[in-house]
Design a protein around this ligand. Structure first.
Ligand code: FAD
Ligand code: DLZ
Ligand code: SF4
Length: 508
């Protein structure tokens, strides 16, 4: 008879394209909790709770509006535990005339979805995911014929098209980008207001028990779960950010501090990515705060750039360049992921702090991801597949379309510069400037050699030396190459020996 409408775990949005033109008299919405999606990487238990609880809340909300929802729970004894298996069973149950779905957020799932029609004999329509502000055809038009895909130019077009922070044809305040004002370390005595927490309700607690039971061996604590799992709570989280933290978001966007896991960040990525929060709603709320004088332009522009610029841009890059994108390994990196990424012991305080909060919260902010764990993986030459899978597993906001370009492209430069015009490689000095980690570290950030030297220092120079030939073609790498060339060759050899010794302990 009617239409079978498939809603995936990160598609818990009222306005989802697959739900448009739904006829409650004839149609059924299918939601599938499946083991395969929980284990293809060992997702952090809080990420699994987020997805499954959001699905259960969304299914309930749909049902309350009179929609017939067929929600297959994870522990249903007949559950085949895969999307393809569950779609086939649902077709047998409902005998639909057609299947309608929304474009998924992952290449792997799209391929799966494209096989449903042949497997079931029922026509499948895959609709555009129009929860994004830039459609995929629109991105392709922008990208066509460009040698480099620079986020900044994409972002300006998006500002013009949406009218966000525009005064006529001009950017508000006369500048497109206030990033230069967004690079302060956290001053002593300034304590960031804690983000709003959403204590688990009965549904979430049930899911937490299920996840603890089935996926308790995955890295990550389930107990502290406090993420929004409904659209209502997602909006409340956004409101709390706008009121309490937006004004200082810009200034301290790049700052890190021990025992301050969230700083002035928004904590809205889980909600945006699961479909609980609309990106335009988030941007408009920030813009309104600026127009009403509640937050300065550098903060509001910075926040809007992350969502309207970066978030849309990485999604465009992903779908423009997949599936080949994930295969690249431009820096020929092959080292296995060290055990300290999974909480094993390390003397490096910055890593220890970032990994510990990741285990507790399934969250780390941008600079921790980019300049601590990402930078280390870049310098140490961790194999792209291993570090990419780690990021996909451990962050509650990690879905392939957004995680992959950020890790593979931005953090480890495995795409050879498609995303970033130079690798984000940095020595300990950067981490010391932007954080207070080094003060309580057993390593000395001022030393590059010797038993107490900061590993980021010798690894940095080893990295520059290892790739010197490749980097001579890149004008943005001229400075470090010049410094390296001026160094006493004996010193370079000593640093590289130190790096080799350290890297051998990782492999051992
Ligand atoms: P805020 O700093 O408050 O920023 C506001 C919003 O802007 C975020 O919620 C997010 O939606 C958006 N945003 C900011 N930076 C980016 C970016 N680089 N790409 C896309 N959106 C951005 N973000 C994810 O959503 N999922 C991921 O799996 C993910 N993996 C990352 C991996 C690496 C190695 C790096 C360097 C970054 C990654 N990011 C990822 C981007 C960024 O770190 C997170 O979006 C951010 O930390 C989420 O926390 P927040 O909501 O407090 O962000
Ligand atoms: C991440 C995830 C998890 C853990 N579980 C499910 C699930 O049980 N059912 C589901 O529909 N989706 C789940 N997801 C999200 C998918 O793995 C995948 O990331 C998205 O569907 C891609 O858009
Ligand atoms: Fe990290 Fe080096 Fe600072 Fe220690 S000294 S916290 S290893 S940057």
């Amino acid at each position: 008879g009617g239409t079978l409408r498939v809603v995936l775990g990160d598609q818990c949005s009222r306005g989802l394209s697959a739900l448009r033109d739904l006829d409650p008299a004839t149609d059924t919405v299918l939601m599938m909790e499946v083991q395969a999606e929980c284990t293809y990487v060992p997702h952090h238990p809080q990420k699994i709770v987020l997805v499954l609880s959001a699905m259960r809340h969304f299914a309930r909300a749909l049902a309350a509006r009179g929609v017939r929802v067929d929600h297959v729970p994870l522990d249903d004894p007949d559950n085949t535990q895969s999307f393809a298996g569950e779609v086939a069973r649902a077709v047998a149950r409902h005998r639909p005339a057609q299947i309608v779905a929304t474009h998924p957020g992952e290449w792997r799932v799209l391929t799966d979805m494209q096989g449903w029609e042949a497997a079931t004999g029922v026509p499948v329509e895959i609709r555009e995911d129009d929860r994004f502000l830039c459609s995929l055809p629109r991105f392709r038009t922008w990208a066509a014929g460009r040698k480099q895909y620079r986020m900044e130019f994409f972002y300006r077009e998006m500002r013009r098209e949406t009218g966000l922070l525009m005064e006529g044809d001009e950017p508000a305040g006369g500048q497109w980008n206030y990033d230069a004002e967004n690079r302060s370390a956290l001053p002593k005595g300034l304590v960031p207001p804690p983000p709003r927490r959403f204590p688990p309700d009965t549904i979430t607690r049930e899911v937490m028990a299920l996840v603890a039971h089935r996926f308790g061996a995955h890295f990550g604590d389930v107990e502290g779960f406090a993420w929004p799992v409904t659209a209502k709570d997602a909006t409340a989280a956004l409101d709390a950010f706008i009121t309490d933290r937006l004004a200082l978001f810009g200034d301290y966007q790049d700052a890190m501090a021990a025992d301050q896991p969230t700083m002035f960040h928004a904590l809205v990525s889980t909600s945006l990515n699961a479909g609980l929060l609309d990106p335009m709603e988030a941007c408009r709320a920030a813009e309104k705060a600026w127009r009403e004088g509640r937050a300065p332009l550098n903060a509001v522009e910075g926040f809007i750039r992350q969502i309207l610029g970066w978030r849309e841009y990485v999604r465009g890059i992903y779908w423009h360049l997949m599936p080949g994108y994930a295969e690249g390994n431009a820096l020929d990196a092959h080292r296995p992921l060290p055990g300290f990424y999974w909480g094993g012991p390390t003397t490096m305080r910055c890593i220890e702090q970032t990994v510990a909060q990741t285990r507790d919260l399934a969250y780390a902010h941008h600079i921790q991801r980019l300049m601590v764990t990402g930078n280390f993986a870049l310098l140490a030459g961790i194999a792209p597949a291993e570090i990419n899978a780690w990021y996909l597993a451990v962050y509650a906001d990690a879905f392939d379309w957004v995680e992959l370009p950020n890790t593979h492209g931005m953090a480890i430069h495995a795409d050879g510069g498609v995303m970033a015009s130079k690798p984000y490689a940095a020595s300990g000095a950067y981490i010391n400037r932007m954080s207070d980690y080094c003060g309580s570290c057993t390593h000395d950030v001022k030393q590059s050699a010797g038993p107490r030297a900061c590993p980021f220092n010798y690894l940095y120079w080893d990295f520059i030396a290892r790739h010197a030939d490749r980097f001579t073609k890149n004008p943005r790498m001229a400075m470090p190459l010049r410094t390296l060339a001026k160094m006493d060759p004996k010193k370079v050899a000593a640093l590289r020996a130190e790096a080799a010794r350290f890297l051998a302990t990782l492999d051992g």
